[in-house]
Design a protein around this ligand. Structure first.
Ligand code: SF4
Length: 277
């Protein structure tokens, strides 16, 4: 079968770096605890678990004197301090771009700004960023969450790294009329933007799109939504075994796109199968 891959696609810099650090730690220490799932991909978590990874939902679930790993999404400041005091070794896989958002939030808060975070309040990255704010904060999902009937005083705005720049610009343009003092940091990550653009570009070249990535991955879901919105018939699978090959037959060139948390080996399994058919 003919296929073309999106470019760029698959693991982003931050997740790749975190996984490489985790793999090195597993090789060195045998057993490593991760606070929360290290990657939104069930197959990759399964592979890492077979190498000795243990996923803990909170710091108390991590044995004292053990080796702990902080995933690319980061953790709150207090969780980081707790891990440092509880564990023998802490391997920090926090993506530098997420770390930058945490630092911006911390400094805005220290300078007396009420920090507005554009993002999903339930996402671990947002929870981590909020953990660096000492003063007031507010999480919003978009411009519709802004109460236009009140004043906001002194606000500092930043974003979860995977949000859209357009949404950030939209909320800033609303807050301009509602706040006395505004400081804005664009903390949106380019890796996400590039992957979204790549899917749109790919859609113009192919007759069907296959999106591969964890069903629990928000960025893969976003790529799938973009794929569907292009009007090109699209399918979202976690691995090659889920592909309906009969559905693909006779459809012409297939486009392959992967979420920023889809490991290379899963993409390779899929493309190898496409090559053989
Ligand atoms: S999407 Fe960007 S900010 Fe998030 S882990 Fe990847 S490189 Fe880092």
């Amino acid at each position: 079968m003919n296929f073309v891959s999106a470019n760029p696609t698959g693991l982003c810099f931050g997740v790749r770096r975190a996984i490489e650090r985790l793999e090195a730690a597993l090789e060195k220490y045998g057993k490593v605890y991760s606070l929360g799932s290290p990657i939104h991909n069930p197959q990759e978590v399964g592979r890492l678990s077979s190498l000795g990874l243990e996923v803990a939902s909170d710091v108390r679930g991590i044995s004292e004197d053990s080796v702990a790993f902080i995933r690319a999404h980061g953790v709150t400041r207090s969780e980081s301090t707790e891990l440092e005091s509880r564990c023998r070794v802490v391997i920090d896989g926090t993506c530098p771009f997420v770390r930058r958002a945490q630092s911006r939030a911390e400094s805005l808060s220290a300078d007396g700004y009420r920090v507005v975070v554009l993002g999903d309040p339930e996402h671990p990255e947002v929870k981590g960023i909020l953990g660096y704010i000492d003063g007031e904060s507010l999480v919003i999902n978009g411009a519709n969450d802004i109460d236009c009937g009140r004043r906001y005083g002194k606000i500092g705005i930043l974003s979860q790294t995977t949000q859209k720049e357009e949404t950030l610009a939209e909320i800033v343009s609303k807050f301009v009329f509602l706040a006395d003092d505004i400081k804005v940091y664009n903390t949106v990550c380019q890796a996400t933007i590039e992957r979204r653009k790549a899917v749109k570009k790919l859609a113009a070249l192919v007759s069907v799109l296959l999106v591969i990535g964890g069903k629990n991955s928000a960025n893969t879901r976003e790529l799938f939504e973009i794929a569907k919105n292009t009007g090109v018939p699209s399918l979202w699978v976690e691995h090659a075994g889920e592909v309906d090959w009969g559905w693909l037959k006779g459809r012409g060139t297939i486009g392959v796109a992967a979420g920023g948390s889809t490991p290379d080996w899963l993409i390779n399994e899929l493309t190898c199968k496409l090559k053989r058919l």
